[in-house]
Ligand binder design. Structure first.
Ligand code: VGL
Ligand code: ZN
Length: 225
């Protein structure tokens, strides 16, 4: 499946019960970073515009931040004879299916939000991936599928009903967050022109798109508002 195959919603009116979830717009996922997503920086300006629209509409803006200890098990450097991109899945599937370069280490420059990202509108920042042996692609649920980040509880407490997701990376954190959003009862919309993917392993973006469509994730873009 390709992006051009998606149905894009029109005439969306931002409501108070909407939340914009801006995923992992950190230096390490941007050009020049350790796990750079191609053209990741091209979406910053558009995300800022949407964030200001949500802010003006009294909707909620939330940021997520990948936040790993320096010896995180998702890093190839934590394994003998492994390179970034090598396949590796831990027994409980808390790590994998591939290993990553060291990235978004707690307190490092690479873990910071890009300086051009408008962060002032954010009501909350959800940090994820802090357990050394468990990764968390989803903003809701760690990869072991056991531990929640607290985002579901937070959104329920402040009465959010509908989510709009953007940021990096489309086929990892945006994808897993969107399908978990649906699973947890939120209408979940991916802002498809405000996200970019890694596409590793091959065809990962296509598979993620197909799975999102099958699971009821909806799609919108900057013109939908
Ligand atoms: C991500 C790979 C590893 C992401 C985070 O933000 O999509 N991808 N850690
Ligand atoms: Zn990570």
């Amino acid at each position: 499946m390709e992006i051009s195959d998606l149905t894009i919603q029109k005439d969306i009116k931002i409501k108070k019960k909407d939340a914009l979830i801006i995923v992992d717009m950190q230096y390490d996922f941007l050009p020049g970073g350790a796990l750079a997503v191609e053209n990741g920086d091209s979406i910053i300006a558009g995300i800022n515009i949407i964030a200001s629209k949500f802010h003006e509409s009294l909707a909620t803006v939330i940021l997520t931040q990948d936040w790993h200890p320096k010896d995180h098990l998702s890093f190839a450097s934590s394994h003998r004879n492994k390179e970034p991109g090598d396949l590796f899945t831990s027994e409980d599937e808390a790590i994998g299916p591939v290993l990553w370069p060291d990235h978004c280490v707690q307190g490092s420059k690479g873990a910071e939000f890009h300086e051009n990202l408008q962060v002032d509108f954010a009501r909350a920042i959800i940090r994820k991936g802090f357990n050394p042996k468990v990764d968390s692609y989803s903003a809701f649920l760690e990869n072991d599928k056991k531990h929640e980040t607290g985002l579901r509880g937070y959104l329920n407490t402040i009465n959010v009903e509908r989510l709009f997701l953007c940021g990096l990376a489309l086929d990892y954190c945006v994808y897993y967050s969107a399908i978990d959003g649906v699973k947890f009862g939120f209408e979940s919309n991916v802002l498809i022109d405000l996200t970019k993917g890694i596409d590793d392993p091959e065809d990962n973006i296509s598979k993620a798109l197909e799975d999102m469509v099958n699971k009821g994730v909806k799609f919108a873009n900057q013109e939908s508002f």
